[in-house]
Write a protein that binds this ligand. Structure first.
Ligand SMILES: Cc1cc2nc3c(=O)[nH]c(=O)nc-3n(C[C@H](O)[C@H](O)[C@H](O)COP(=O)(O)O)c2cc1C
Length: 340
């Protein structure tokens, strides 16, 4: 019997390797209320040959807990070690365990994990079953792509996940062969949603806040998952439009959190630059996008952010506000001036 899902709202932050570690995730969770951001996932933890130690799983989960749950994602191809790792994940406090059947990276394919398993629905079912039997008091969920070369096995894969005992199926609507191409076909999400009774979470191609609800309406999915658009705009779940100083503050907080977590200044700046490639929030980069991305000196990058974060009246951001403020100031000065 599948377990009840703990999400606080239907919109979820996708697992993203190298990004959704605790520092970034916590900043996103802190900026979106749980009524808007219903949950998040760790980046995948790879299980090769032997179960992962509890310490590694705790590191993925991070030290903080939020009203919106963070699922721990595992990737592997061997049911024994995967099931034992899932059991340990529950033991160290993961509110749910998610299984990755979508990673297209060569490393995953070499070990026949991630998207390699999309060619073998029976093995997907076997892995889900092994983990669901090892973790009976909380949900085990699975995330697939629409297929390997094409989407011909989509329904079979969805039913395999359900038959294995998963509580939710997430479908990234691109196939492995389609990589991260811009065009998406949400009719695949509708196909998956109508072929199983468990809740389906639709993923792929969400760009703006309005797409979150639109995806559910158009596909019959009960949940929406956002990947790269949340890297460009971490406020996408709340639908808030922020100022450049707020955007700069997020990136500064990110750099500082990474350094506190043991990254060097250079390493932290590298992660910030990685995020800047996606960044849209607060019109922070504006026409100087290339200039920002070419910045090599981490100290200068941080200094630029600090300047912008402190400049709450940044005109590039909210020119109307500035005009309003200036005219209010002018009015109050006029009121205090003696009439001639
Ligand atoms: C940098 C990066 C890392 C990713 N790492 C993972 C991962 O660890 N596990 C996973 O299931 N999917 C991973 N994905 C895929 C995303 O979760 C998501 O399915 C994909 O980006 C499509 O959603 P989008 O169009 O909203 O970006 C990753 C994607 C990106 C861009």
């Amino acid at each position: 019997m599948p377990c009840a899902l703990p999400f606080s709202a239907p919109d979820l932050l996708a697992p993203m390797e190298g990004v959704t570690e605790p520092c970034f995730r916590d900043l996103v969770l802190a900026r979106n209320p749980p009524q808007r951001l219903g949950g998040a996932f760790t980046e995948f933890a790879r299980v090769v040959g032997i179960p992962l130690p509890r310490r590694t799983l705790r590191e993925h989960l991070g030290p903080r807990r939020w009203p919106a749950p963070v699922g721990l994602q595992l990737m592997g191809s061997d049911p024994g070690p995967m099931a034992e790792t899932a059991r340990r994940a529950a033991e160290v406090g993961a509110p749910l365990v998610d299984l990755n059947f979508g990673c297209p990276a060569r490393g995953a394919l070499r070990t026949c994990a991630g998207s390699a398993l999309l060619r073998e629905p029976r093995r997907v079912e076997e892995l889900v079953r092994a983990c669901a039997q090892a973790v009976t008091d909380r949900p085990v969920t699975a995330k697939i792509r629409a297929g390997y070369e094409d989407d011909s096995l989509l329904e079979e894969l969805a039913r395999a996940v359900e038959a294995g005992g998963a509580s939710m199926l997430t479908v990234h609507c691109r196939t492995r062969a389609e990589g991260y191409q811009e065009a998406v076909d949400w009719s695949r999400l509708a196909r998956a949603a109508s072929s199983v009774a468990i809740p389906v979470c639709g993923n792929g191609g969400v760009r703006v806040h309005a797409d979150l609800e639109r995806l559910r309406r158009e596909t019959g999915c009960r949940y929406t998952m956002v990947g790269r658009a949340a890297l460009g705009d971490p406020w996408i779940f709340a639908g808030a439009s922020v100022r450049a100083c707020d955007a700069a503050r997020f990136l500064l907080d990110y750099a500082q959190a990474l350094e506190r977590a043991g990254f060097s200044t250079l390493g932290a700046a590298g992660r910030v630059k990685q995020l800047l490639q996606f960044w849209t929030a607060g019109v922070l980069l504006g026409e100087n996008r290339l200039e920002w991305l070419r910045e090599r000196d981490p100290a200068r990058l941080v200094e630029r952010l600090r300047t912008l974060a402190g400049d709450e009246r940044d005109s590039m951001l909210n020119p109307q506000l500035e005009v309003r403020e200036v005219s209010a100031l002018a009015r109050s000065l006029r009121a205090r001036m003696p009439l001639h």
